[in-house]
Ligand binder design. Structure first.
Ligand code: ZN
Length: 220
């Protein structure tokens, strides 16, 4: 009898702990698609021997980790140094972008985030920035939230901005944004972007932004 009592108590504790854990997982059940920009034959912006594509992937993997810790189901459009273009595509870039759009659309994820770095011929520009296409009316809300996070967490003084007719973002109909998480062309920011600790800071900032978005979104 005593044994049964303790067994019941044991499972009751397990059950309660389970509920508590679920409450601490604000992104539980959310499906998030992360799109690390470029890859393979397309390195993106290159400064010295530093490829944007490599940093995009490193940062995306950190974002994946933080989101999964909070209960999300996360997919990446690429997990290594390759692009998504079909073999022998005449226009490799278009083929790559069109496949990214198809994969993200078919996934029916709750949200997508495209991760890139900015670059400019002028070295002075710096700061993380969110861009949105009006194809989905939630996109501007997400861009706004993300920009606020970047201001708060990454000291960015940039404003979120609309983009139109971009070959990729124009084709993705689920909610999402392009995040240029810093300027590879700025010497100080380039130094930061290479650091694991700063990459994690970016990931945490984006994670917090997503939690804010999903909280707002479930109430509206
Ligand atoms: Zn890029």
């Amino acid at each position: 009898m005593k044994k049964i009592f303790f067994l019941i108590l044991f499972f009751l504790v397990l059950y309660t702990v389970g509920i508590i854990n679920a409450l601490n997982l604000p992104l539980l059940g959310k499906v998030i698609y992360i799109d690390p920009g470029h890859g393979g034959k397309d390195p993106g912006a290159v400064v010295n021997d530093l490829y944007e594509a490599d940093l995009n992937l490193e940062i995306s993997l950190k974002i994946q980790k933080e989101l999964e810790k909070n209960g999300a189901i996360v997919y990446l459009t690429r997990y290594g140094d390759y692009d998504l273009a079909v073999k022998n595509a005449i226009n490799r870039k278009r083929s790559d972008l069109s496949r990214r759009a198809n994969i993200i659309n078919r996934s029916q994820a709750d949200i997508y985030l495209s991760i890139h770095l900015n670059s400019d011929i002028s070295f002075k520009w710096k700061g993380a920035q969110a861009f949105y296409d009006t194809v989905n009316d939630k996109n501007e809300i997400i861009a706004n939230i993300m920009q606020e996070q970047f201001k708060k967490d990454l000291n960015s003084d940039r404003q979120y901005k609309q983009i139109s007719n971009h070959y990729l973002y124009n084709r993705v109909n689920i909610p999402g944004v392009l995040l240029e998480v810093g300027f590879i062309s700025n010497i100080n920011e380039r130094y930061l972007l290479k650091q694991e600790s700063y990459q994690k800071k970016i990931a945490l900032s984006i994670k917090d932004g997503l939690i804010i978005f999903f909280n707002k979104n479930s109430k509206s």
